[in-house]
Design a protein around this ligand. Structure first.
Ligand SMILES: Cc1cc2nc3c(=O)[nH]c(=O)nc-3n(C[C@H](O)[C@H](O)[C@H](O)COP(=O)(O)O)c2cc1C
Length: 363
């Protein structure tokens, strides 16, 4: 494709009605979405917590694509918040709402304190990580290894619920190692629900704590969607979201049609954000779309990028999350290449984004 000179015109006209702009629907939602009912409604479709990926810039970007879906932070450990003085890890832009924070930890008192701090920071939901299998996490005895200790998770959850005013939820696996998921998952849900948790997201595969890397643990153990569906039948009063391997909005809707309450999407939403999120408001929530096009999303990001740069940030910190925006579209490769090669320069600014957009947009 011939590269045209960058133009600000298309970007500016799209920005006028962009979702993250002052008058857009996302901005309007921001004031109303921290209450429990609204967060639950948003949980019909969520973007998974992903370390190093779903940081605040990524979430702001995703919010331009969907005003409705629930967004999760990366996992933040309770010790980092409580002992490490790393409260800045909880910083977020109110325009990201509805947004939930995910906490990792194993000490009930520490997690309770971290949950209270997170709720004070403005999060509408605090989620406990019972699914992450990495070595670092296992050595702290939290994450997926907690599937072996439902009573401990119940104790943690009870402490968090008592300490914080927003809903406490749990993201778990169907089991770990040689556990029989059909035996342990219902027992786990029952024990943790008895402590007051009403909303679960179940990554529909086991984690193997030895021998598989975290990456392999997202692909190698087979998915068992049926078991998650059975859990919804067994616990109709619980809000249950399914996670793992969902690649399209059609698949997400098919899962919802089985009677599940929510679908959480991770990698597909990150790598192909427009495919998964741009029509989600209409297709999953029956609401008007937040943005009409990918170009409009880019336009909505420009003022945000300018603000980040003015605050001392680097362009690539934001645009690294936007590389997949034009996936499958003509010019997608140029978009990626311009952003990845020119966007990393220390003085790179919005003009790089406009140049990349000019390489993909129709004249
Ligand atoms: C890069 C990356 C980081 C992740 N970090 C977390 C995390 O911090 N907390 C968590 O509960 N799951 C984490 N996960 C797992 C995802 O939340 C999700 O459960 C998993 O990717 C399966 O969903 P998917 O097939 O839709 O990607 C991570 C996944 C990826 C790819």
């Amino acid at each position: 494709m011939t590269r045209r000179p960058a133009t600000k015109t298309a970007a500016k006209s799209a920005a006028r009605s962009a979702p993250g702009s002052a008058a857009g629907p996302a901005a309007a939602d921001a004031t109303t979405t921290t209450d429990a009912a609204a967060i639950r409604a948003a949980a019909r479709l969520s973007v998974a917590p992903m370390m190093d990926w779903t940081d605040r810039h990524c979430r702001f970007f995703h919010r331009q694509l969907t005003g409705r879906a629930l967004l999760y932070t990366e996992m933040v450990t309770a010790p980092a918040i409580v002992r490490g003085g790393a409260r800045h890890l909880l910083d977020f832009d109110p325009r990201e709402q509805p947004v939930a924070v995910q906490l990792g930890g194993s000490d009930p008192r520490e997690l309770a304190q971290a949950a209270r701090i997170a709720a004070q920071a403005g999060y509408g939901e605090v989620n406990l990580n019972v699914g992450c299998p990495s070595d670092r996490v296992q050595s702290g005895t939290f994450g997926a290894v907690l599937m072996k200790s439902p009573d401990r998770v119940a104790e943690i959850a009870a402490a968090m619920i008592a300490a914080c005013p927003v809903e406490v939820t749990v993201k778990c696996r169907i089991g770990v190692d040689d556990q029989d998921p059909r035996a342990v998952l219902p027992a786990f849900l029952e024990a943790v629900a008895a402590a007051g948790v009403r909303r679960f997201t179940i990554h529909a595969r086991k984690a193997w704590l030895q021998g598989l890397s975290p990456k392999q643990n997202r692909d190698v153990p087979p998915l068992d969607y049926r078991l998650v569906h059975e859990m919804k039948h067994a616990f109709p009063g619980l809000h249950i979201s399914i996670n793992g391997g969902i690649e399209t909005l059609a698949e997400a809707r098919a899962q919802l049609d089985t009677g599940l309450d929510g679908v959480m999407i991770g990698r597909a939403a990150y790598h192909r954000p427009a495919d998964l999120l741009l029509t989600a408001d209409a297709q999953v929530f029956g609401a008007p779309a937040s943005a009409a096009s990918r170009a409009q999303v880019v336009a909505a990001m420009l003022p945000y990028i300018e603000a980040q740069l003015a605050a001392g940030g680097r362009l690539h910190q934001v645009t690294r999350h936007m590389l997949g925006l034009f996936h499958g579209q003509p010019g997608a490769r140029q978009w990626r290449r311009i952003l990845s090669e020119q966007g990393v320069a220390p003085d790179a600014g919005p003009e790089v984004v406009e140049k990349a957009l000019a390489a993909v947009s129709p004249p």
